[in-house]
Ligand binder design. Sequence first.
Ligand code: HEC
Length: 103
Amino acid sequence: MRIFWAVIVSFFSVTSAFANVSITLPEESAQYRKGTGVDLANSYCMGCHSADYVLTQPPAMSRAFWAAEVKKMKEVFGAPVPDDQVNGIVEYLVNTYGDPRKK
Ligand code: HEC
């Protein structure tokens, strides 16, 4: 019987410890870095998610990587990027977050 109460008591102390935990999510405050074409990114790449998605990509990625990323946003997820703005965005991304020397 003593074991039974010990189990009950420890059960309640565990649950009340959890009940006091609260989490605060970080604010979505990430912004696109200044640079030629940043206005394009702000116009076309903020509609569905914050700039965090771009900022958390691996560094020094190639132009092909960023071109594929923009293409995917447009064709798979339906980002409303006009065809004649795609290159400007890709150039902005590779110059700002990637390595423009890589093809
Ligand atoms: C129509 C909505 C929409 C728009 C507009 C949009 N995205 Fe996305 N993006 C998504 C979705 C959906 C994901 C995938 C989220 C996930 O996997 O959890 C994503 C993910 C990403 C990622 C993470 C890597 C990956 O491939 O999943 C990057 C980088 C990214 N987007 C860049 C961009 C850029 C650059 C633009 C502007 C050209 C853009 N997004 C515009 C919907 C959008």
